[in-house]
Every structure is written in structure tokens, then in C-alpha cells.
Write a protein that binds this ligand. Sequence first.
Ligand code: E4P
Length: 216
Amino acid sequence: MKFFIDTANLKEIHQAAELGMVDGVTTNPSLMAREKGDWREIAASICREVKGPVNLEVISQDASGMITEAQDLIGFGPNVVVKIPMTMEGMKAVHTLRAMDIPTNVTLIFSPVQALIAAKAGANYVSPFVGRLDDVGHTGMDLVSQILSIYDNYGFETEVIVASIRSTSHVLESAMLGADIATIPFKVIRQLAGHPLTDKGLKSFLTDWDSMNKKK
Ligand code: E4P
């Protein structure tokens, strides 16, 4: 299972990369807007820092604008994946970009049929947003399970990126379902290492070691 980090913050990307947890990066306009500085420089720096796919999102709403933006975005590095919103214009753009060999990730997926048509249009990745579905009283992981079944039924090669992850349970469930990728905020990556029994066990090992040395 691949881990992407869901951030445009270079410090977080660097710290997670030191842990071996960064197979790729996802950004979106909101994440970019949180950072100080020119987004173009940030995007270029992320592409230099990370070897794996770096997802950068278009702003245009019409297919031809999306295609023009995609051609600009791929200039940031050979590893750029263009994020396209799940709209009819988006599907038109994905279909054309596929023919141009420009990889795409269809974002803002909230239903299994959206994922089906994204795969048919030629998307390389889809991003179901599990946390936002949970927020409105649905079970986001059910969507991931449905998409994986559909892709398996028909042999689609589109990879599933579980997005809008809020907790370590989302990461666990993604892995149990066999999702290709989880894109995880840095805060949750840090939580993945923690367990109260690990802390307790470590503390007692160190206490026992100290008391042994005091006896000498
Ligand atoms: C994924 O590509 C998105 O950037 C992201 O996961 C959205 O998450 P949010 O619902 O926490 O904003």
C-alpha cells in the first residue's frame, strides 16, 4: 500500500519523507492557499523533494481551460499528476489528457458511479473523500469498498487514492480493503506510530534499566 501525504507544506513533506512515509503528495487549492509564498515555487519545490507522483489541481471549470492548465502544471516536474474535478467538463478533459499521456487524478468523488465514469474516461487515479462523507452522516469507507469491487469486476487499472482521511482508523480500513493508496495528513501520519501500551512498555523498560544500574 502506498502512502501519499496530503499537504503543500514542505516542512511536513520533508519530515514524513525522513520516516519513509512519502510515496507521493496530494495538494489542492485550499492546501496551497494555507502556505506562504508563490504557489508556483512551492509546487516546483515539492516536485524536487519527492520522486513519486505530485498531484497539482486545476482551477478552470471548462475542459479546454483544464487542458491548458494541465500542460502548464506538468512543466513543474516529470512526476506531476493533474487533479481534475469530477464534473462532465472534467471527464472531457480527462479523456483528452489520457490521449496526450498526461496522468490525471479525478478528485471530489462521492459516489461509486462517479468513480466508474472517471475510470471509463481514462483517469489514472480517483480520490474518494471519506472524511467529508462521514461528516454528513454517511460511511465514507463503504464508498471505497464499492469502487474497489467495481474496478475489480471490470479490470480497470485506475488506482484508488483514499482521500479526506481524518484518523488512523481510516488508514487501517483502507489497508484492510486493499486500497492502492491512502493520502494522509501529517498529523495522522504521526498518530500512526503511537500506542499507549508502547509508551507504557518503554517507560517500564527504562525504569527497570535505571534501577538495575543503581544497584551496582
Ligand atoms: C485529496 O486529494 C484532498 O486534498 C484531501 O484529502 C481533502 O481532505 P479534506 O476533506 O480534509 O479537506
